[in-house]
Design a protein around this ligand. Structure first.
Ligand code: ASP
Ligand code: MG
Length: 445
C-alpha cells in the first residue's frame, strides 16, 4: 500500500484533478490510499466566512458560499464527476448555508467551526472520487473522521496515535476490498467522542503520514506544485537546485524554520517505521522530487537555506542575571505563563535574546518581563537558517556565512543543539540580498 497526498494546487480545478488522477492511475498496482486537500484557497475562504459569521455579516457569508458552490460545481462538471459529483457539492454547500443562517451573529463553538472548515476537503475528495470512478478507477470514499482521532482541541487537534493506528487499520482493511483505490481527506479528524476536529493549517501532509504509518505504507508521496524541496525559495533566489535526498530531521528542521513545502510534523509518524517520504510535483510528474528518509543514508552538510521573513526579536537585559541561579527560569516562566512560544535563543552573562513569530501577541510578556529586566523589542527583522545534517562539520561554515554577510548587520546568531541549523537574524529590508549572497556562497560555485 502507498499513500498519495495531493495538495490544494494539485486539486485546484478539473485540469489539476485530471493530472492528479492520471498520476494515481499509474500506481494502482501499489494500492494507493489517496489523501486530498481542499481545492486551492478554499480553506482560506472558509475561515473568512467564519469571520463574517462572527461579525453578523450574513449576506456576505452567503455570497462567498454561493461562489464556492459554483466553483465546485464547475470543477465537478468539467471533471465528468456526473450527477453524483454535483450532489456532493450541493449537499455540502446547502449545509454551509444553513450553518450561516443558524449561527450568524452568535458565538460559534470550536467544534462547530472545525465542522464548517472541513467542508473544503469533503467537497474536493467527493468530486475526485466520482471523477476517478467515471474514469473506470473503482474508488471508495472514506470519511477521515473514522480514522484520524485527536484530543478535544477541535481547531488544532493532537493525534491520539494509538487510537488512530487501530481505527485507521481497521477502516482501511474493511474498505480496501474489490476496489482499485480509496480516497480520503487530509486535515480532517475527530475526537475520541466522534466530534469533528481538524489538525491545523496545512495539516493534510500530516494526515498523509499518520495514515501511512498506521497501515505500514511502503511509501508516502506528497504531491505539490514545485519540484521537491530546493536549496532555497525559488521565488526569491535565482539558480536554486532541487535536493534529491534529505533526512527526516533535516526536512522537519527546514519546515520549522520557515520552508513552506511540508508541514513540520509530517516526518514524525514516518520515522519509527522508516517509511520513505517523497515530495513530488503534480504539474511535472517526471521530475525527480525529493526523497526524505533515515539519516544514515544522508551525507553531512548544508542542504538548504530557509527563512522567516517577519519575526520579532526580544532582548532582555538585567545586571541581576549575572551569577543569579534561576534567572533563566524566571524569564521563560513569563513566556510560558503568557502563552508565547519562543523560536531562537541566545544568551550572554547579562542578557537573553529570543525570537518569536510575528503573529504572536507579546504585549503581556513585555510588560511582565519589564518588572525585573530591561526589555527591547525589534520587529522589523528576518531570520535566515542554514539547514543540514552535522552542519558544524562543514569546513569554513562560519567564514562562508560571515563572508557572505559582511555588509549586513547580524543581530543574533544561534546554533541548534542537534547541529542541524545555523541561524542568523538580519534587518528585514536586507533579507533578499542576504539570502542570495548566502546561496551563492554555499551552492553556486
Ligand atoms: N486545506 C487545509 C489548509 O489549507 C489543509 C491543507 O491543505 O494541508 O490549511
Ligand atoms: Mg500544504
Amino acid at each position: 500500500m502507498i499513500v498519495m497526498k495531493f495538495g490544494g494546487t494539485s486539486v485546484a480545478d478539473a485540469a489539476a484533478m485530471t493530472r492528479s488522477i492520471g498520476i494515481v492511475e499509474g500506481k494502482l498496482k501499489q494500492k494507493p490510499i489517496v489523501v486530498v486537500s481542499a481545492c486551492a484557497k478554499v480553506t482560506d475562504s472558509l475561515y473568512g466566512i467564519l469571520e463574517l459569521v462572527a461579525a453578523g455579516k450574513k449576506e456576505e457569508a452567503l455570497k462567498i458560499t454561493e461562489g464556492l458552490k459554483q466553483r465546485h460545481l464547475t470543477t465537478a462538471e468539467e471533471l465528468g464527476a456526473g450527477e453524483e459529483g454535483a450532489a456532493v457539492v450541493l449537499a455540502r454547500t446547502s449545509w454551509m448555508s444553513d450553518f450561516i443562517e443558524k449561527h450568524c451573529g452568535s458565538p460559534v463553538s470550536d467544534m462547530d467551526k472545525a465542522h464548517f472548515i472541513s467542508m473544503g476537503e469533503y467537497m474536493s475528495s467527493g468530486i475526485m472520487c466520482h471523477g476517478m470512478n467515471a474514469r473506470g478507477i473503482k474508488t471508495t470514499w472514506i470519511d477521515a473522521r473514522r480514522m484520524v482521532i485527536t484530543d478535544s482541541e477541535h481547531m488544532c487537534g493532537t493525534p491520539d496515535m494509538e487510537k488512530l493506528a487501530v481505527a485507521t487499520k481497521a477502516v482501511i482493511d474493511a474498505e480496501y476490498k474489490d476496489v482499485d483505490a480509496v480516497i480520503t481527506q487530509g486535515f480532517i479528524s475527530s475526537t475520541a467522542d466522534g466530534e469533528p476536529s481538524i489538525l491545523g493549517r496545512g495539516g493534510s501532509d500530516y494526515s498523509a503520514s499518520l495514515i501511512g504509518a498506521a497501515v505500514d505504507a511502503a511509501r508516502i508521496e506528497i504531491w505539490t506544485d514545485v519540484d521537491g524541496v530546493r536549496t532555497a525559495d525559488p521565488r526569491i533566489v535565482e539558480n536554486t537546485v532541487g535536493i534529491s535526498k534529505l533526512s527526516y530531521e533535516e526536512a522537519a528542521e527546514l519546515a520549522y524554520l520557515g520552508a513552506k513545502v511540508l508541514h513540520p510534523l509530517t516526518m514524525e509518524p514516518a520515522v519509527p517505521k522508516s517509511i520513505p517520504l517523497f515530495v513530488l510535483n503534480s504539474m511535472n510528474p517526471s521530475s525527480e522530487g525529493t526523497a526524505v528518509m533515515s539519516k544514515s543514508c544522508i551525507f553531512d552538510g548544508v542542504k538548504s537555506i530557509s527563512y522567516k521573513e517577519n519575526i520579532k526579536v526580544i532582548s532582555i537585559y538585567s545586571l541581576k542575571m549575572i551569577d543569579t541561579p534561576g534567572f533563566m527560569m524566571k524569564v521563560f516562566s513569563v513566556f510560558a505563563n503568557d502563552g508565547v512560544s519562543v523560536d531562537l535563543i541566545s544568551s550572554s552573562e547579562a542578557s537573553i535574546t529570543v525570537t518569536v513569530d510575528k503573529n504572536q501577541v507579546i504585549d503581556k510578556v513585555v510588560e511582565d518581563l519589564s518588572a525585573f529586566a530591561t526589555v527591547r523589542v525589534n520587529d522589523d527583522k528576518s531570520q535566515i537558517s542554514l539547514v543540514g545534517k552535522n552542519i558544524i562539520g562543514v569546513r569554513g561554515l562560519l567564514s562562508k556565512t560571515f563572508g557572505a554577510l559582511v555588509d549586513h548587520k547580524i543581530y543574533m546568531i544561534s546554533q541548534g543543539a542537534t547541529y542541524l541549523n545555523l541561524s542568523v537574524v538580519v534587518d528585514r529590508p536586507e533579507l533578499r540580498t542576504a539570502l542570495c549572497r548566502l546561496h551563492k556562497a554555499f551552492f553556486e560555485n
